[in-house]
Design a protein around this ligand. Structure first.
Ligand code: URA
Length: 211
């Protein structure tokens, strides 16, 4: 697993406003989009491109364009939806799939309650969006779900990660998957309710104005 932690003054500034409990939902949503765009720049560094001949007003040249198949962007519902706008603003030709995952209250297993994804993801560069990488359980299940459909190249884009979740990813993600994680910060720890400390609270609630 390859981990990229963004180090940039704009990221630190925006993340601090995002974490602040007094920041209202509309500002929170805007900041998530802006942070995702900065993360997407890093996360897409190895996107496949191919030669593309064009005419400029002055001369012929061979430029580059994103190769097909198109990159696949997969927000994990619900909070991952808040990251979709930033990602598609930077990569407008990406195809978007959806994955809904939640923990079964009785068995504590992660269950997939919704999916809208192509059956065959072989050869696709996939980007999973989920703001909080807490225990890592959802991300492990989502990555293996994509891998079962043939994906071999998966990048997770999260805003904040907990060290416990990152450790679990290192142990449990199938090493045959080319797996990367891009985050704005790695925080101190998880608390007893599996919230990231200091974190930013419940990302879904803050995005959608529940609190
Ligand atoms: N999910 C959240 O929204 N926040 C956390 O701190 C952990 C998981």
């Amino acid at each position: 697993m390859e981990l990229h932690v963004l180090q940039h003054p704009l990221v630190e500034h925006k993340l601090t406003v995002l974490r602040n409990k007094n920041t209202p939902s509309n500002t929170f949503r805007e900041l998530v989009s802006e942070l995702v765009m900065l993360e997407a720049y890093e996360a897409t560094r190895n996107l496949a491109i191919s030669d593309y001949p064009i005419e400029t007003p002055v001369a012929s040249m061979v430029g580059k364009k994103l190769s097909t198949p198109r990159p696949m962007v997969v927000p994990v519902l619900r909070a991952g939806l808040g990251m979709l706008d930033g990602m598609t603003r930077l990569v407008p030709t990406a195809e978007v799939g959806f994955l809904g995952m939640k923990r079964d209250e009785n068995t504590l297993d992660i269950v997939t309650y919704a999916n809208r994804l192509p059956e065959d993801l072989s050869g696709r560069q996939c980007f999973l969006l989920d703001p909080m990488l807490a225990t890592g359980g959802t991300l492990i299940a989502a990555t293996h779900y994509l891998a079962e459909r043939g994906a071999k190249d998966v990048t997770a884009i999260n805003i904040i990660a907990a060290p416990e979740g990152l450790d679990r990813l290192r142990e449990e993600i199938d090493p045959s998957i080319d797996f990367k994680v891009v985050v704005c910060a790695v925080d101190e720890k998880l608390n007893e309710k599996s919230y990231i400390v200091p974190g930013l609270g419940d990302a879904g609630d803050r995005l959608y104005g529940v609190i």
